[in-house]
Design a protein around this ligand. Structure first.
Ligand SMILES: [Zn+2]
Length: 333
């Protein structure tokens, strides 16, 4: 019954809730620097949410995302778990942040199989094309809107990738299910177009896509009982990307609609962000999306005006800011 209060290693207690962190430590968690390492996974998540909400400047958001991409914090408003950028192919995504791009999702080129699963008694094959989603602010003084327009145009005309661009801030009209349009103006723009007759003025905010009416498949699998049958077996779609229709926008987590998201990424809302989704077109393509994007940013004259060193420094400050949200020791447990 008596507790052992000897001089051996103390129990690892969470700094905030004082619960034992042992079970957290047994899990395969990434190692954390600074104060994050003294928190249990639940408290850490709560603090991360507050941290993201506290970053109201785009620079802070870039700093927080850098932290996330480098695996120093384990949650982001757009994703539940640790970042999935383990491949060398995409291991320096943060370099794109120097242009002000916030990379929120990506997938690498991948393929395996057919391999036999003893458990399922089947031959399994998988393949994935590279894909990426990033956000870019349209109201930031360091990024000229003309450059953004040019970048978007460059992406949309390419034959080797499929691209979709839309404003996270605007609301778009829904189309009949059988209608596929390459460009759809948001409601506000439609009204402006009637009033001012300058309908192409802000193409940046149009929903625009180079996807065809049939959604672009980026992840497929197939299973067969007998190995020699695998080549005859049709692929099954596991994931489509980017969005092929404006109708998918509202089902998506958009900043203009979703309250949680708004709360979590204020800087994105204030900066009227554009969301850009892109995927490699052919299965055997060797296109490197990151290199392609960097090249196009340079081509249109976007400059690396956001310092990665500043982002590293900014990460420390919001961290300290987070502590000001720290619940009182005497408060509820
Ligand atoms: Zn805790």
């Amino acid at each position: 019954m008596a507790e052992t209060l000897d001089d051996s290693t103390p129990e690892p207690l969470c700094y905030l809730c004082r619960r034992n962190r042992e079970s957290d430590l047994e899990n395969d968690e990434p190692s954390y620097a600074g104060f994050w390492q003294d928190l249990c996974s639940e408290c850490r998540f709560d603090q991360h949410v507050l941290a993201w909400a506290s970053w109201t400047e785009w620079e802070e958001l870039l700093g927080g995302n850098l932290h996330y991409l480098k695996g120093r914090i384990d949650s982001a408003p757009y994703s539940d778990g640790p970042p999935r950028y383990e491949s060398d192919e995409m291991d320096e995504l943060w370099r794109l942040q120097a242009y002000g791009l916030l990379v929120v999702y990506c997938g690498v080129r991948d393929a395996f199989g057919p391999e036999y699963s003893d458990e399922r008694k089947i031959w399994h094959q998988f393949r994935q094309r590279p894909w990426m989603e990033f956000m870019i602010p349209t109201l930031h003084e360091k990024i000229h809107i003309d450059k953004i327009n040019q970048l978007v145009d460059e992406l949309l005309v390419r034959e080797d990738i499929v691209t979709t661009v839309f404003s996270e801030y605007d609301e778009y009209p829904h189309l009949p299910a059988d209608v596929h349009l390459k460009a759809v103006a948001p409601f506000t723009q439609l009204i402006d177009a009637f009033v001012k007759d300058e309908k192409l003025k802000d193409m940046t905010y149009y929903f625009r896509t180079s996807s065809g009416p049939i959604p672009h498949v980026i992840m497929q699998t197939r299973d067969v009982r007998k190995r020699h049958e695998i080549k005859k077996c049709p692929w099954e779609t596991q994931m489509e990307f980017p969005m092929a229709s404006v109708n998918e926008v509202s089902e998506y987590i958009t900043m203009g609609v979703d309250e949680d998201y708004k709360y979590k990424m204020k800087a994105a809302m204030y900066q009227r962000v554009l969301c850009v989704q892109m995927a490699v077109k052919e299965w055997d393509s060797t296109v490197d999306l990151q290199a392609l994007l960097e090249g196009l940013c340079d081509k249109v004259g976007m400059r690396k005006v956001f310092s990665l060193d500043d982002m590293e420094r900014l990460v420390v400050k919001p961290g300290q800011k987070v502590w000001s949200y720290h619940v009182d020791e005497g408060g509820e447990e």
